[in-house]
Design a protein around this ligand. Structure first.
Ligand code: S3P
Length: 169
């Protein structure tokens, strides 16, 4: 049997990328980022894909990349926050993976995402409203993950430790 992947899902700003890299180092697994695969495939940044080709196109490429990443083994897969919106993505990623959702409250998310301008969905006039609406619209999708870790009050190392406990049990 292939070594299982660990798939991190969760809203923007919940720490997926930082945690996935630290987790991969700790468990000596490969790090795979669906957003990086999308940018490589399209030869442009996510912000440019959204503005030049539209969100629908981004989601179609994201689905292809999710299927491709799902074929990995022994990888920590860092996904984009909206990957959960298509059930087929999660179904594919779950075939050889444990899906862990990182969570944080809207205030933490806003603070953590305020410094970066590369997220088109939050690069809007009222990011607070966007975060609240998207969190509400996606709650049921994030709820389908196999496990949840609230990262609000935890350091990166503590989140990594929790995930290691989850996957070893
Ligand atoms: C998105 C999250 C982003 C990226 C894109 C869309 C989303 O990834 O995939 O901007 O729909 O939540 P991060 O969650 O890594 O910021």
């Amino acid at each position: 049997m292939d070594r299982k992947n660990i798939v991190l899902v969760g809203f923007m700003g919940t720490g997926k990328t930082t945690v996935a890299k630290a987790l991969a180092r700790k468990l000596r697994m490969h790090y795979v980022s669906t957003d990086a695969l999308i940018e490589k495939r399209e030869g442009m940044t996510i912000a440019d894909i959204f503005s030049q080709k539209g969100e629908g196109h981004f989601r179609d490429i994201e689905a292809k990349v999710a299927a491709e990443a799902a074929g990995s083994s022994g990888a920590v897969i860092d996904t984009g926050g909206g990957i959960v919106m298509r059930n087929e993505n999660i179904a594919a990623l779950r075939k050889n993976g444990i899906v862990v959702c990182l969570e944080a409250g809207p205030a933490d998310i806003l603070e953590r995402t305020a410094r970066a301008a590369h997220r088109p969905l939050l690069n809007v006039e009222d990011p607070k409203k966007a975060v609240e609406e998207l969190l509400k619209a996606r709650a049921a999708h994030y709820g389908k993950a196999d496990h949840r870790v609230d990262t609000s009050a935890l350091s990166v190392d503590e989140v990594v430790k929790k995930i290691v406990e989850i996957v070893r049990n």
